[in-house]
Design a protein around this ligand. Sequence first.
Ligand SMILES: *Cc1c(COP(=O)(O)O)cnc(C)c1O
Length: 231
Amino acid sequence: MITENLKKVEENIKEACARCGRDRSEVTLIAVSKTKPVSDLMEAYNAGIRVFGENKVQELCEKMEQMPKDIHWHMIGHLQKNKVKYIAGKVDLIHGVDNQALAEEINKRAEKAGRVQDILIEVNIAHEDTKFGVPIEELDDLYVNISEYPYVNVRGLMCIAPNVDDPEKNREYFVKLRKKCVDINNNLSNNSRVDVMSMGMTGDYLVAIEEGATMVRVGTGIFGKRDYEIT
Ligand SMILES: *Cc1c(COP(=O)(O)O)cnc(C)c1O
């Protein structure tokens, strides 16, 4: 089933890229494997997947130990400061950074690990009370402050769009995030550039790709429904 699902997702991504004149290589598919057993991850691995996303530190670390070593692990969920030490310098990308204290802790732990940690700043793009992420009005300040840390590299922005029936409803938010990336690159006299946009999940990843997503995080569409929901 997972192999079949992956084929379908891959076809969908190719078609979406073709629709908007993008190259397939511009979009990284992150297989979101939270709550799923290692056997499921191995099926995806054997079908060619090398980028996995998890949202719980302990679960991520356990799976990292059990899975092959050529995998890129992404921490996609809300990260507590006291858990940073377990993953800093070990994961390829931390998606959900939304405050300076967390970035400071990542900087400290990454320095200890002797590695610069790539991160994304999470934006609460639709101002939802239930979501983490920095309000877009506060993003510029946070970006500037986090950019000061030598062991933290802000690669781009991430958002979790609202849970909607019709993905078209989220198009405006994806546009908003892309415009924000362009703004940052144009306005801030910083020598680094943000070029990653992590946006789009099972329900809306095709619209996200049409609006410029460079990473899509697909769980249910690959692994099927989760038995229990971890938020
Ligand atoms: C669970 C999760 C996903 C994947 O959600 P699906 O709807 O199952 O594709 C993507 N991003 C984040 C941050 C998640 O927590």
